[in-house]
Every structure is written in C-alpha cells, then in structure tokens.
Design a binder for this molecule. Structure first.
Ligand code: ADP
Ligand code: MG
Length: 327
C-alpha cells in the first residue's frame, strides 16, 4: 500500500514547482499578506514557505495530511463555484508520502505555535508547542527521496529552481496585494522580492526587468453578454528572445489555454517575426460554472465555454490597445 500511495503522490506532485504551487495557493487561501519562500537544491533538498495567514488550529493538525482532508468545502454544490484554490485536500497528503514534511503554525487564538511532522499521511507524534508568529511555515525536505523513478525524470537543480522562480514570479505579479520573497540557499539577496500592496505593473518590472519594454499598457474590459472581465498588462514591443511571455490567470488560477495563446500569437505575429519579445499578463474572470477548473495539480491546460468568442474578445482588446497607442 505504501508503494501505491507513493506512486499516486508522485503523479500529483511531479516536480518541486508543483509542490510549491500548492503551498502558495494554500497560503493565499489562508489570507496571507506576506509569503516567504526558501529553496535549497532546486527544491529537492528543501522547499520552505512561511506565511502570515490564519494558521491551522491545533485540533486540525492531527488529520491534516489525510487524503481528502480539506477545510474548504462546505457542501457539494460548492464544487461548481469554488472561490478558493484548494478543495481536494490532496496536496499535503501527497507531499507527506514523498518527502519529510514539517508544519509549524499559529492561529490568532492560540497562545503559542505548534510544530508537527508527518509521514505517509500520518502525524508522527503529538504536536509540540513552540515559539512562532501567527501564520504557517511548511517545510518539505528531501522531496522524492523514496521515488527513484521520479527523481530520474527531473532536470538539474538549477533548472528546477528556474521553474520555481518562474512560477513564484507569476503568482507575485497576479497577487500584488501580497508581498512575496524567494530565496535560494538562504542567500540574503532574494531572487524575487515584491512588497505587499504594490502594483501589478511594478511587480512586472521588478521581476521581468529589462526583458520587458519600457512601456506597459494596461487593458481593462468587461463584456456583460459573455460574462467576462478582462484585466491585463501588455508590452507594446519588447526585445531579446523570440518567445512570447504569456502569464494567464483564469479566476485567479495560473493556467494555460491553447485557444488564448493562439489568438494572442496572431496579434503579435509581426513582432515575433522581428525577434521581439512581447510580454502579456492577462487575468480573466469567468462564470465559474463555465470553466473546467484544473482539478489536478499537474493539469495546467484549462478549457471553458465560449472559448472562441472569449479568445476573440481578448485579441480585439489587445489589438485596440496596441493600435490606439501607436496612433
Ligand atoms: P486543500 O487546499 O485542497 O484543502 P491541502 O492538502 O492543500 O488541501 O491542504 C489541506 C488543509 O490544510 C487545507 O484545507 C487547510 O485547512 C490547511 N492548510 C494548508 N496550508 C495552510 C496554510 N498555509 N495556512 C492555513 N491552513 C492551511
Ligand atoms: Mg491546497
């Protein structure tokens, strides 16, 4: 059974960035305004996240890592309009099967923090009181230590770190209200650092720096008929790489959409031929009932109703902005 659980967990968490994405979403769900991440060895030696959110009650620590333990589903109908990121209660359980997992947490009500360690979905011993501020610190050590097959499919630790940094940067940009920091091997210079209550544009500049052109245009559009709210930041023309950098959030989830990517590549096809480097951040709010939410941590591709119409809408909003700006 242990082996089967481990294999299943290795499917849910395929690389350090999957694990960290789940942990960031948990911190955001817990209403944190500050999220600090520390990584060693590309996340394989250590992945640590400290937030200042609601914390976890001591009573809940016991069953926290059992599969399908979630505090986020009140009734079944909630599944059709999920406001929080989580709801499967699968992430921490999976991580506990394939890494050494320690949680230190404190709620506003508790007098002190509590520390608990887990293995194979189970609490190892009763939570121990300790010092700590309100919020939760999750420490994941030696990820995949017991899954040799998964370790073989991973890239070098520097490539895994690059994937982690890319993902953290995207969340930091989308959640400009929240301060983020990402540190590598405990170095004092953070790789990513965004202050709380900053703006999306400032965060794009701080994270993508010179890869983004001087001018960032802001797009905002509402379509009542389609039930779409669009917000975005796009560059007029950038430079350096041939690639399009495209950050897409749908209902606050970091996702991929082939339909949207294609229609955006059309807009920028001229620039792309000139080896320019357009940058786009797009956030869409759609009726949750029309989105096939990414119910699996490794499933980033998302589909939704009226995909073609919405892709057209996004394309024309971007085109109008680019043309208006050049006129
Ligand atoms: P889900 O997010 O789908 O509920 P997870 O396995 O990701 O499942 O987390 C299980 C539970 O642990 C959550 O429902 C939440 O109650 C608690 N939890 C996890 N991380 C945090 C955090 N950073 N702050 C507060 N509670 C947390
Ligand atoms: Mg979760």
């Amino acid at each position: 059974e242990a082996v089967i659980n481990r294999i299943a967990a290795g499917e849910v968490i395929q690389r350090p960035s999957n694990a960290l994405k789940e942990m960031i979403e948990n911190s955001l769900d817990a209403k944190s305004s500050d999220i600090q991440i520390n990584v060693h060895g590309g996340g394989l030696k250590l992945l640590q996240i400290q937030d200042n959110g609601t914390g976890i009650r001591k009573e809940d620590l016991e069953i926290l890592c059992e599969r399908f333990t979630t505090s986020k589903l009140e009734k079944f109908e909630d599944l059709s309009c999920i406001a929080t990121y989580g709801f499967r209660g699968e992430a921490l359980a999976s991580i506990s099967h394939i890494a050494h997992l320690t949680i230190k947490t404190k709620t506003a009500e508790d007098k002190c923090a509590f520390k608990a360690s887990y293995a194979d979905s189970r609490l190892l011993e009763q939570p121990k009181p300790c010092a700590g501020n309100q919020g939760t610190q999750i420490t994941v050590e030696d990820l995949f230590y017991n899954v040799a097959t998964r370790r073989k499919t991973l890239k070098s630790s520097s490539e895994e770190f690059a994937k982690l940094a890319d993902m953290v940067g995207r969340y930091a940009i989308h959640n400009a209200r929240v301060g983020f920091s990402l540190r590598k091997q405990g170095e004092s210079m953070a790789v990513i650092r965004t202050p709380p209550n900053s703006s999306i544009v400032d965060n794009i500049r701080s994270i993508y720096g010179n890869a983004v052109s001087k001018e960032i245009l802001e797009v905002e559009e509402v379509d009542q008929v389609l039930g779409v709210k669009l917000k975005g930041c796009i560059t007029n023309v950038g430079y350096t790489a041939k690639k399009l950098t495209f950050l897409l959030f749908i209902n606050n989830r970091l996702v991929e959409s082939l339909a949207l990517r294609k229609s955006i590549e059309q807009v920028y096809s001229v620039y792309l031929q000139k080896n320019c480097h357009p940058f786009l951040y797009i956030s869409l709010e759609l009726d949750p009932r029309t989105v096939d939410v990414n119910v699996h941590p490794t499933k980033h591709e998302v589909t939704f109703l009226y995909e073609d119409k919405i892709a057209d809408k996004v394309r024309s909003a971007i085109e109008a902005k680019l043309l208006g700006n050049n006129a």
